[in-house]
Design a binder for this molecule. Structure first.
Ligand code: BT5
Length: 261
């Protein structure tokens, strides 16, 4: 990653405190340490390569050098811990929206990027990006949040390990074009900054509406892995805090963590 290119692309570079690293275990872990040392809001860490990229629930995120965007953003919103989850949804929706527009403007192609609850970006049935929100909270207060984004940009099929070849996709695979990662990063950071200040935390309903327009499997029968238990039901929509409402017969259940399988 070319740090000077990222900085020169950022029109409002004074909004961000940027660390551009060659290699790190995980940008989320690194930024979490900075957060504990009082790093400022909008500190952003991006790495060419992660050696121990993290997914949710102790899973791994493949983050090889040169082909993806692996970055994390530190925020210090004045919200209750219960409202953190909405940020997961907001950043997923904004990333999908930004990428759809960018693809359209550069290639003329309309490609739908959909969301799989809680925070995966999909093109058709393949995963393009994942988001990992980590929090430092007390019972009543949020100290800081780290939003980690992993976006597959320039991988070809050969760049994915066997277990992901049928499950993952990159922008390049979908558009036959090599993308400028520095430009994508700086444009998305500005887009996210502007929209975060507009939507968060007040515009809860608008965030949920935007998200539900793009979410997969709404009103369909789904199976959710909820703390190791598999539960089936109809995906009815989202609660006010962005959790999944699953209807099973007459009973409605709110799923706060877990995923569709
Ligand atoms: C996620 O977890 O999707 C969150 C990924 C967040 C990664 C970013 S990169 C910058 C920041 N620093 C970090 O250390 N992490 C964040 P989850 O929903 O648990 O999905 C993980 C699963 O996705 C894995 O078990 C694989 O099946 C699959 N996977 C791993 N790497 C992938 C990739 N590059 N592309 C598509 N799928 C992948």
């Amino acid at each position: 990653m070319d740090e000077s290119l990222i900085r020169s692309n950022l029109k409002l570079s004074e909004n961000f405190h940027l660390y551009v690293l060659n290699e790190i275990d995980s940008t989320n872990s690194f930024l979490g340490q900075l957060g504990n040392k009082d790093a400022l809001e909008w500190t952003v860490v991006v790495a060419e390569k992660q050696t121990a990229g993290k997914g949710r629930l102790s899973r791994k995120w493949q983050s090889p050098a040169g082909v993806g965007l692996w970055f994390s953003i530190l925020l210090r919103p004045n919200i209750r811990p219960d409202d953190c989850h909405l940020l997961n949804l907001l950043i997923a929706v904004l990333l999908a929206d930004y990428l759809e527009r960018k693809i359209k403007s550069i290639t003329g192609k309309k490609i739908d990027i959909n969301l799989k609850w809680p925070n995966d970006l999909y093109i058709k049935n393949k995963k393009l990006a994942g988001i990992l929100l980590q929090t430092s909270i007390t019972a009543t207060k949020v100290n800081f949040l780290v939003l980690g984004i992993g976006l597959n940009v320039n991988q070809g099929l050969v760049d994915f390990p066997n277990e992901l070849k049928k499950k993952a996709v990159s922008l390049r695979m979908e558009t036959d074009k090599i993308w400028d990662r520095e430009e994508l990063l700086s444009e998305f950071l500005e887009f996210f900054h502007e929209n975060y200040n507009f939507y968060f935390p007040e515009k809860q309903k608008e965030i949920l509406d935007l998200y539900q327009n793009k979410v997969l499997f709404k009103n369909e029968i789904i199976t959710v892995d909820f703390n190791g238990n598999k539960v089936e039901g109809i995906f009815k929509g989202l609660s006010s805090q962005g959790y999944l409402i699953l209807q099973n017969g007459k009973e409605e259940r709110i799923i706060t963590t877990g995923e569709m399988v």
